[in-house]
Design a protein around this ligand. Structure first.
Ligand code: SF4
Length: 282
């Protein structure tokens, strides 16, 4: 069995930045470090951080004695304000690319423009973006949402940074066909573009694809969807324990990629397990 590892597999710039920011605080010996919500969508990394004293804040209490890190996905401005009022030291690790989308929404809100966000309604990043649009915003996840849309004359369309470009293009074109006065901003981040394009390319070279990533990671799930859309057998696993070596031995060439929150050591564990079980060349 031959294994091809995608060049883009693993931490993206925004996730690496958020994890490095957190680890730097741990190394400095800071106490009472919290992240507001899970820092990244990877339970194994979160467990390690927790072991180093980094706890997850699910709700904002009245007072916080310590440091709160805002995760890469960002949060709504109302929550930023609430956090500041707790007295905590706030470190904003929102990814610069997410900050850019927030800035676009803010700029157009000042011009009284409505914002459509194409993305997953329940995703933390989308929730944060929606906060910037206030009452002048709505989320579109699929064609069904478009049927019920009513839009003012002036509006913009942006995308969740990890959206699939084909889905974004299709949904934004459909919205524009019904409401032609909008402006479209493709705000899918480069890292997502490259990762998804590489999976499409990989599917042409391999017999199956393994996607390594957290079960709650939207971009991991999307990589699986992209491979499926190419009619490639796909296995989405969080750890090496979920691999089924007996089944995988039937493939001559396997491609391995990983979501933006998957650490290198987990990708290596998956590859090592594949090697151990299939006489592999990498
Ligand atoms: S996927 Fe892109 S936008 Fe999202 S955290 Fe990573 S680098 Fe930032």
């Amino acid at each position: 069995m031959k294994i091809i590892l995608a060049e883009t597999a693993g931490f993206c710039m925004g996730v690496r930045r958020a994890v490095d920011t957190t680890l730097a605080l741990v190394e400095k010996g800071e106490e009472n470090i919290f992240t507001f919500g899970p820092l990244i969508h990877n339970p194994q990394v979160l467990k390690i951080l927790q072991g180093q004293g980094v706890n997850i804040l699910q709700k904002i209490p009245a007072k916080i004695d310590g440091t709160v890190i805002i995760r890469a996905h960002g949060i709504p401005p109302s929550q930023k304000k609430e956090l500041a009022e707790t007295g905590a030291q706030i470190i904003d690790a929102t990814c610069p690319r997410v900050l850019k989308v927030q800035a676009i929404i803010k700029k157009f809100l000042c011009r009284n423009c409505f914002t459509i966000i194409i993305g997953d309604r329940n995703h933390a990043e989308v929730n944060g973006l929606l906060g910037y649009a206030g009452k002048q915003g709505a989320v579109v996840s699929n064609e069904h949402d478009i049927k019920h849309l009513k839009l003012p004359d002036q509006y913009i369309i942006v995308s969740q940074t990890t959206q699939d470009k084909n889905i974004f293009n299709r949904l934004s074109a459909e919205i524009m066909a019904r409401f032609p006065n909008g402006q479209v901003f493709n705000t899918i981040c480069d890292s997502t573009h490259k990762r998804q394009d590489e999976v499409r390319e990989l599917c042409g070279k391999v017999d199956a694809v393994i996607v390594v990533g957290g079960k709650n990671s939207a971009n991991t799930a999307r990589l699986g969807d992209v491979a499926r859309s190419m009619s490639c057998p796909v296995y989405v696993v969080e750890t090496e324990a979920e691999l089924n070596p007996k089944e995988l031995r039937g493939y001559k060439t396997i491609g391995v990629t990983a979501g933006a929150s998957s650490p290198t050591w987990m990708i290596e564990r998956v590859i090592n397990t594949l090697r151990e079980n299939g006489n592999n060349k990498c």
